[in-house]
Design a protein around this ligand. Structure first.
Ligand SMILES: [Mg+2]
Length: 276
């Protein structure tokens, strides 16, 4: 049977939008472990936030943070995935592949735009305020604020102003992408190119192209879904404004969040088994 790799967004996809629970996805998660199928988490979350979710999931695979700005590969998988890690990029048992622009540089540009546009970002919020807009606990909000290479912003200006804002960001080699709750400002990288770099590593490991399942719920997931053999869209309330080539072949999960994730993954694994 062709090897399989699963890439999944977290918020609103594997984790419920409202309560961040993945409990309803347990059967599919157990099936992936049973079949030794890697589950690579791909999120706008920070590394410290994702390490915590991975631990709760018992996940030991590489993961993608901050919308593709940073790929982290555990030290014990560096060799099998063909990473030539030097001491500079290894830290705390992980290989850090920074693919974007330092947050300090991003904030410098955003600071310059504050007088022309109405918005706020995590950098201008206390942990209490981040907790308020995300629904995270105070401690989790602190982890969400520890960003390295991207900035989530809340847009408080006219929606029409977004185009010119995006243009000014582009002049500064920055991108604006839309997530479930926030817009994210980051370098010229996205979930798609991070996922494709990892897919190439898995292809090398398996000596054949793995069958790629990818799941997401927001516009910032489209770049990743387009690389998948089985792209899955988890429904959410912002879904109506999504468009893109990736949506042509997409399977729409029957339910929101973890419940939809569980049903979609089990069904795809089932169809692969029947095909083999
Ligand atoms: Mg999401």
């Amino acid at each position: 049977m062709q090897p399989v790799v699963v890439f999944s967004d977290l918020d609103g996809t594997l984790l419920n939008h409202a309560d961040y629970s993945f409990q309803a996805a347990e059967p599919a998660l157990a099936e992936l472990k049973e079949q030794k199928i890697p589950l690579v988490l791909v999120s706008s979350k920070t590394a410290p936030e994702m390490l915590r979710v991975r631990e709760a999931l018992g996940n030991t695979h590489p993961f993608v943070c901050e919308n593709g700005s940073l790929v982290m590969i555990p030290q014990d998988r560096v060799e099998e995935l063909g990473v030539e890690a030097d001491d500079r990029s290894m830290s705390d048992g992980y290989y850090y592949d920074y693919r974007g622009i330092d947050r300090e540089q991003i904030l410098q540009v955003l600071n310059g735009l504050k007088s022309d546009y109405q918005f706020t970002g995590f950098a201008w919020m206390t942990d209490e305020e981040i907790g308020h807009v995300t629904g995270l606990s105070l401690e989790e909000a602190g982890l969400a604020g520890q960003r390295k290479a991207s900035e989530p912003i809340l847009w408080r200006d006219d929606p029409e102003q977004l185009d010119s804002f995006t243009e000014v960001l582009a002049e500064n080699k920055l991108r604006l992408i839309q997530g479930g709750r926030f817009y994210h400002v980051l370098g010229q990288c996205d979930k798609g190119n991070a996922v494709s770099s990892l897919l190439a590593r898995y292809e090398q490991l398996y000596q054949e192209k793995p069958y790629c399942i990818a799941l997401g719920d927001s516009p910032n997931d489209l770049d990743m879904l387009k690389f998948a053999d089985a792209p899955v869209l988890i429904p959410n309330e912002n879904g109506a404004c999504m468009n893109g080539d990736a949506l042509k072949h997409v399977t729409r999960a029957p339910k929101e969040g973890a419940e939809g994730w569980n049903a979609a993954v089990l069904e795809i694994l089932d169809s692969l088994r029947n095909r083999a």
